[in-house]
Design a protein around this ligand. Structure first.
Ligand SMILES: CC(C)(COP(=O)(O)OP(=O)(O)OC[C@H]1O[C@@H](n2cnc3c(N)ncnc32)[C@H](O)[C@@H]1OP(=O)(O)O)[C@@H](O)C(=O)NCCC(=O)NCCS
Length: 91
């Protein structure tokens, strides 16, 4: 199962990204019983890197120059969260 996230610029930095990832975690762990979620982003995507950490994902590795974007190789930053690390949000 894959999930992409793209918010219009005018609604960024308002906490929506955290809420989207919270929904994804709740669906994956509380409803589907998955063991692990992972995400990847480019080394220059500071917003996604900050969002991953804010949503409780752990930075686990960088894959050096493994992502070719418009002719330029980028590092791929990899994050994950385990079901055992997930807590249901307070009601
Ligand atoms: C990446 C994206 C989904 C983030 O969503 P968002 O709703 O703006 O993020 P949030 O408001 O939930 O912010 C979460 C945290 O990240 C930080 N953050 C988000 N964007 C940031 C940026 N551009 N620079 C620095 N920090 C940023 C916030 O300050 C917040 O940190 P805090 O908890 O310490 O306050 C959004 O910027 C986006 O859609 N970008 C374009 C598409 C994209 O890059 N998708 C990901 C592809 S891998």
């Amino acid at each position: 199962m894959g999930l992409g996230i793209l918010l219009m610029p005018e609604v960024r930095r308002q906490g929506l990204g955290v809420r989207v990832l919270e929904f994804a975690k709740q669906y994956a762990f509380a409803i589907r019983g998955f063991h692990r979620l992972w995400l990847q982003t480019l080394d220059d995507n500071i917003g996604m890197q900050k969002l991953a950490l804010a949503a409780g994902f752990v930075h686990e590795r960088d894959e050096r120059q493994s992502w070719l974007v418009h002719g330029v190789f980028h590092d791929r930053k990899c994050y994950s969260i385990l079901g055992t690390e997930y807590r249901l949000p307070a009601p």
